[in-house]
Design a protein around this ligand. Sequence first.
Ligand SMILES: [Zn+2]
Length: 51
Amino acid sequence: MNETRCPVCGEPAEIRQIAKAFGRGNDLLVIEDIPMIVCRTGHEQYIAAER
Ligand SMILES: [Zn+2]
């Protein structure tokens, strides 16, 4: 059982699978199921994705 904490403030956070779109037009790339840390204080942080 692993505990997830926000890398920004260290508070407990949850992981959600989200979809994110990068680029625009013909270069639009949609990546689904990105594991994202969602902090209860409102921070959002990717776990293992480049920006
Ligand atoms: Zn936080």
